[in-house]
Ligand binder design. Structure first.
Ligand code: NDP
Ligand code: 2IT
Length: 448
């Protein structure tokens, strides 16, 4: 671990003491703080105003009961969360995750990351995150709807277009957002489009939102490659996951001339040396809501492994798009040994800190999620713009805006890394650039 600056160490100790058992939150704070030494050295005004102490304490944390009735008539109880972390730059903004592993520490890590990610977009959005330990796997459509309605019945008191604007994340996509928006509309008797993003294009959603996180990640990595005089053309790429982010990352890699040879879900990974058949993957995952193992039924030359790790597959570029801490130190060593040159986090914090250090010392360009995957939330902010002006932009226009935003984030991270004496260090660039914008706004708004 890198030693923290003497101004940061006591704040981090406080985070450990006041948030016991929240390992992912501790990890996310540590990762940001390790970049901020030169900032606190340069800006005593941030230290005097206790910006660091304030930024690690959520403005508000809401935890609620979510009761619902399953298809057999049995009453089920889940726990719902919304952590409204920081609203210095705009209304709280961030997704909702439905996954059995969800607890407060995961929502806080995601909410904390979201503050800096949203800042990096340059758009007026604060940071928040929510979700539930509800497990959507194996649930019928009717059960999903009843759960979403119950979840929104409580959440509706805490959100609004000027207050807090949720969207999707793991386990929450267009279907779930539809049920939640329907329930919000019914409870409030108002068609308040701007209260949620990731809506369907026919009921207030933006073109490109579905594709935005995956496309944006690859647009960012394309900038990284261009800065090295390279491109995706002819590159072997491994993308983990096979959900929303992974599918549209694969689509964009293919459009840019790269070959994605492996993808996964929580039960294992598929290798297809001819290149992943994206239409087949979409049919399995988006239409059938099936398992990735079904891929080999239609493509017998491909292989499925339920043990081992996708990171043992040799590639030039690795794009983890599943979940936190899915790529550890051993995986990073294997990737480096096999010649990886670029790693971009489509997911939030998929690489452990030890893995990130392996990449850094091997000279691999490593782009953290708060920069690489910011295209999703940036396009959510574009959806809010369209909702506020009761407008609807074309796919081409929205995609061009996304591309421009991702190039802007890339350049901001690269320039900030240069300015602070860390050329090529996208982690330092993203953390410092993201932090400075929020810290300046917090200073301007006084002690609140
Ligand atoms: P989805 O639910 O669409 O897909 C998640 C994928 O990751 C699935 O393939 C899933 O496999 C796999 N996965 C999830 N949890 C685990 C786990 N514990 N172990 C192994 N595999 C797992 O989610 P998204 O694609 O939307 O999200 C993926 C990542 O991207 C998350 O980290 C999310 O926070 C991040 N992200 C999402 C954005 C968005 O707009 N959706 C924006 C920015 C970041 P299985 O189906 O078997 O569970
Ligand atoms: O992690 C993320 O940035 C998201 N899940 C998307 C958040 C959003 O509000 O679009």
């Amino acid at each position: 671990m890198t030693q923290l600056h003497p101004h940061l160490e006591p704040v981090f100790d406080d985070v450990l003491r006041r948030n016991p058992g929240e390992a992912e939150f501790h990890q996310a704070v540590r990762e940001v703080f390790e970049s901020l030494g030169p900032v606190v050295a340069k800006r005593p005004d941030y230290v005097d105003a206790q910006i660091l102490h304030r930024i690690v304490e959520p403005e508000r944390q809401i935890i609620f009961r979510v009761p619902w009735i399953d298809d057999s008539g049995v009453v089920q109880i889940n726990r719902g969360f919304r952590v409204q972390f920081n609203s210095a730059l705009g209304p709280y903004k961030g997704g909702l995750r439905f996954h059995p592993s969800v607890y407060l520490g995961i929502i806080k890590f995601l909410g904390f990351e979201q503050i800096f990610k949203n800042s990096l977009t340059g758009l007026p959005i604060g940071g928040g995150k929510g979700g539930s330990d509800f497990d959507p796997k194996g649930r019928s459509d009717a059960e999903i709807m009843r759960f979403c309605q119950s979840f929104m019945t409580e959440l509706s008191s805490h959100i609004g277009q000027y207050t807090d604007v949720p969207a999707g994340d793991i386990g929450v996509g267009g279907r779930e957002l539809g049920y939640m928006f329907g329930q919000y509309k019914r409870l409030t008797n108002a068609y308040e489009s701007g209260v949620l993003t990731g809506k369907g294009p026919t009921w207030g959603g933006s073109q490109v939102r579905k594709e935005a996180t995956g496309y944006g990640t690859i647009y960012f990595l394309d900038q990284v490659l261009q800065s090295k005089g390279e491109s995706f053309e002819g590159k072997r790429v491994v993308v983990s996951g096979s959900g929303n982010v992974a599918i549209y990352a694969i689509e964009k890699v293919q459009q840019l001339g790269g070959t994605v040879i492996a993808a996964s879900d929580s039960a294992g990974y598929v290798v297809d040396e001819r290149g992943i058949d994206l239409e087949l993957l979409k049919e399995i995952k988006e239409v059938r809501r099936g398992r990735i193992s079904e891929y080999v039924d239609a493509r017998p030359h491909a292989s499925f492994s339920s043990s081992g790790t996708i990171w043992s597959v040799p590639c030039d570029i690795a794009v983890p798009c599943a979940t936190q801490n899915e790529l550890d130190e051993d995986d990073a060593v294997a990737l480096v040994e096999h010649g990886v040159t670029v790693v971009g986090e489509g997911a939030n914090m998929p690489a452990t800190q030890a893995a990130a250090r392996v990449f850094a010392s091997a000279g691999v360009a490593f782009v953290p999620g708060k920069a690489a995957n910011a295209g999703g939330v940036a396009t959510s902010a574009l959806e809010m713009q369209q909702n506020a002006s009761r407008d609807s932009w074309s796919f081409e226009h929205t995609d061009a805006r996304l591309h421009e935003i991702m190039k802007g984030i890339h350049d901001r991270c690269a320039e900030t890394a240069d300015e602070y004496g860390r050329p090529g260090d996208y982690v330092a660039g993203a953390n410092i650039a993201g932090f400075n914008r929020v810290a300046d706004a917090m200073l301007a708004l006084g002690v609140i």
